[in-house]
Design a protein around this ligand. Structure first.
Ligand SMILES: *[C@@H]1O[C@H](CO)[C@@H](O)[C@H](O)[C@H]1NC(C)=O
Ligand SMILES: *[C@@H]1O[C@H](CO)[C@@H](O)[C@H](O)[C@H]1NC(C)=O
Ligand SMILES: *[C@@H]1O[C@H](CO)[C@@H](O)[C@H](O)[C@H]1NC(C)=O
Length: 396
């Protein structure tokens, strides 16, 4: 899920500590350079990485991957979406009424370490939970700032700022997880604290298609059993701040490109979004190369569809070219199998295709890529090294 993370993280820090606007500067944390000699270099550290299984929220197509954290004392197990597109931690609580009725709720009155900070804010997302486009503020949370202990896997629990959801729009209500655990590129909160205690400053994600299963997230390390080839790393552009993004030089469909596609663009990597968002001119140029049968679906502006009986005719591999830290081009590929994300609810004879057009100011011209690409790679999110790594993931 994409929220304006730099801004909202800064805002979160601000509201918590009651500081003035002058503190809206990047949140500085200790960054530990990470050496590529993986397993051996971890030995001298005080904390080692730990992995946790993820469940796939699947509704005909893979939507999101979520797993458990423990909150409070004694710990309460809360399922959250691990989201590289946002930077705060928020989950449903017993302070939330009917709108959270179907979710696991954190009960602050049962936690001896809970600290209510008595501040209220709201958070609006620019990408949603399913494959529907965001319309207005239909993905909005009302939050109450607090602090409590949060634990991940067998890492020591850490007291961190968090937000309790006290109200949410209906789009959040029907999901199997209770909230969102932001994992931005500056590693605030839990990660920042664990890194300062010696945890390696990176995490690895193995997000897999539903049929493959065994998804996991490893915090403070990478799980070398989930890929075979050496990962390729690319540096985050200097001004990326808390956003996981890379420069791309070109994009092609089945090896073909066009003037619009063969152009530089900035691509955000968001584990909490299932679809892909491109500016409308780019989306249109890609679809023109994929199939004339793909047309805008007017009932849901921003989406495109194809008659479902034409889906099997599609054969289009989308390759996006990036530059590695060694200065060499490499491609990340979205296979044909991702092109259809299933029938539209309002017209089941039309199948939605995976790219939504998005021209909103929130992405300021950038593109956003989510699960449909990430589920084909083991991804390495290197906070200390300010880079992203990818290796084709094993499918078992
Ligand atoms: C999260 O915890 C619940 C309750 O203990 C458990 O049923 C569920 O399988 C866990 N989820 C994952 C992804 O491990
Ligand atoms: C909770 O689930 C029930 C039964 O599926 C449904 O009718 C209701 O709308 C859901 N509530 C929310 C807030 O999602
Ligand atoms: C990336 O894909 C394009 C289009 O198919 C191809 O021309 C190029 O050689 C590929 N680059 C690499 C490094 O594989």
């Amino acid at each position: 899920m994409f929220s304006l993370s730099t801004y909202s993280a800064a805002l979160a820090i601000c509201t918590i500590t009651q500081l003035t606007a002058a503190t809206l500067e990047p949140h500085k944390i200790a960054l530990y350079p990470w050496q590529p000699s993986l397993r051996t270099s971890f030995k001298r550290r005080d904390l080692s990485g730990t992995s946790s299984p993820l469940a796939d929220y699947f509704l005909g197509t893979d939507l999101q991957w979520y797993g458990n954290i423990s909150v409070g004392t004694p710990p309460q197990t809360i399922p959250v979406l691990f989201d590289t597109g946002s930077s705060t931690i928020e989950f449903a609580s017993t302070l939330c009424g009917q709108s959270c009725a179907n979710q696991t709720l954190f009960d602050p009155s049962k936690s001896s370490t809970f600290l209510d900070l008595h501040n209220v804010r709201s958070l609006v997302f620019s990408t949603g939970l399913g494959v529907d486009p965001v319309v207005g503020d239909n993905y909005r949370l009302v939050l109450r700032g607090a602090m409590d202990q949060i634990g991940f896997g067998n890492l020591p629990p850490v007291k961190v700022p968090l937000f309790l959801i006290t109200e949410q729009t209906s789009k959040f209500g029907g999901h199997p997880f209770s909230g969102i655990f932001g994992l931005s590129a500056t590693g605030e909160g839990l990660l920042s604290s664990l890194i300062s205690q010696g945890l390696p400053s990176l995490f690895g994600m193995y997000l897999t298609p539903f049929a493959v299963g065994n998804s996991e997230i490893m915090i403070g390390g990478i799980d070398g059993s989930k890929f075979e080839e050496k990962p390729i790393f690319a540096p985050l552009p200097p001004e990326s701040g808390s956003t996981w993004q890379l420069f791309s030089s070109s994009l092609s469909v089945n090896g073909k490109t066009t003037v619009i596609l063969n152009a530089p663009r900035t691509v955000i990597f968001d584990s909490g979004t299932s679809n892909i968002l491109f500016p409308s001119a780019t989306a249109h140029a890609i679809y023109s190369l994929v199939s004339p049968d793909i047309q805008p679906f007017s009932q849901l502006p921003g989406t495109y569809g194809i008659p479902c009986d034409r889906v099997s005719s599609l054969s289009s591999m989308i390759e996006i070219t990036f530059t590695s830290e060694a200065g060499k081009p490499f491609n990340l590929t979205i296979p044909t199998s991702e092109l259809s994300v299933g029938p539209f609810k309002s017209n089941p004879s039309i199948c939605q295709t995976l790219i939504n057009a998005f021209d909103g100011y929130e992405l300021s011209g950038r593109s956003l890529i989510g699960g449909s690409l990430l589920k084909h790679y083991y991804s390495i999110w290197d906070i200390g090294g300010r880079r992203l790594g990818f290796a084709p993931s094993i499918k078992a």
